[in-house]
Design a protein around this ligand. Structure first.
Ligand code: ADP
Ligand code: MG
Length: 277
């Protein structure tokens, strides 16, 4: 009997989702959250790549205590393949470093930009999640990344300055595309109550003034272990796996995995949007 070639089951084809982690103000804990959230997903057997797109201020490599040879900057300069710039971090977490002093990705000529993103599209199906650690605020670059991603996590602290800046991001993004899914993570709250109140107020204001629904993914307490892990250049989840903040980040990742998958096009859709929208 002739052997029938088995078609791959649709469900077994891995879809790569792109998640942007952003904030209004800088210094709210976005990079530490992105890194440890990614490691929490790895603990849940997901294949994850962090793409450090805080261009000019990239520091995921610093948090990992690594000095990558190749970065986005050298990839473009030397015409490298995506595979050449992907580094393997702890527990199989993959990362791409932004490189220092590189901040003009979108000012490159269109052909180079297209080549760069086409090269990235080779990751389709190879990882479950690409996590973008974006810069803070409303720069043109940030907006492009946010608008192209499948999901957006907005990190804020309970401080009014952080909240008003986060709100400005919601307003701007919502004005450009009301269908962007945004979820809040409240970082550095001094109590669960403070975190909850911050999230409730934020959601209420967004709903009342913009008609925008924003979900809450969770709360991460202020925890001295985080700056300690930064000084050790070892991610919190590995340096202090039993700390309250590590537990909170794991819980946020658990919530995230429970979310319904939005109907989006994944990595291919992300690339089409970032290039042509
Ligand atoms: N939950 C937390 N508790 C205490 N300190 C934190 C917490 N989250 C972040 N930090 C500290 O805040 C600073 C900024 O964190 P970082 O992740 O670099 O922020 P961002 O990427 O938003 O600029 C770091 O010094 C970090 O140690
Ligand atoms: Mg950062």
């Amino acid at each position: 009997m002739a052997k029938q070639k088995k078609k791959p089951d649709r469900k077994t084809i891995r879809k790569t989702r792109v998640l942007a982690i952003t904030s209004g103000k800088g210094g709210v804990g976005k990079s530490n959250f992105a890194l440890n959230f990614a490691l929490s997903l790895v603990e849940q057997n997901k294949k994850v790549l962090i793409f450090d797109v805080d261009l000019g201020f990239a520091n995921i490599d610093v948090l990992l205590g690594r000095t990558p040879q190749e970065t986005i900057a050298t990839m473009i300069e030397k015409d490298l393949a995506a595979q050449d710039i992907i580094e393997e971090g702890p527990n199989g977490l993959l990362f791409i470093s932004g490189g220092n002093g590189f901040n003009d990705l979108f000012r490159m000529d269109d052909l180079k930009l297209e080549k760069f993103f086409k090269e990235l599209s080779t990751l389709q199906g190879k990882v479950d999640y690409i996590i973008l650690d974006t810069g803070a605020g409303l720069s043109y670059e940030n907006l492009r990344f946010i608008l192209a991603a499948d999901d957006v996590i907005l990190v804020t602290t309970p401080e009014p300055t952080s909240i008003t800046d986060a709100y400005s991001v919601v307003k701007m993004v919502h004005g450009k595309d009301p269908n962007v899914h945004m979820k809040l993570v409240i970082n550095q709250s001094t109590s669960l109550r403070e975190g909850q109140q911050t999230a409730d107020n934020f959601k209420q204001v967004a709903e009342q003034f913009l008609g925008k629904e924003i979900g809450t993914l969770g709360f991460i307490p202020s925890d001295a272990r985080i700056p300690e892990a930064v000084k050790k250049q070892t991610p919190l989840l590995l340096a202090y796996p039993d700390s309250p903040s590590a537990a909170a980040i794991r819980k946020v990742a658990g919530e995230f995995l429970q979310l319904p998958v939005p109907y989006k096009l994944g990595l291919k859709g992300f690339i089409m949007k970032i290039l042509f929208k």
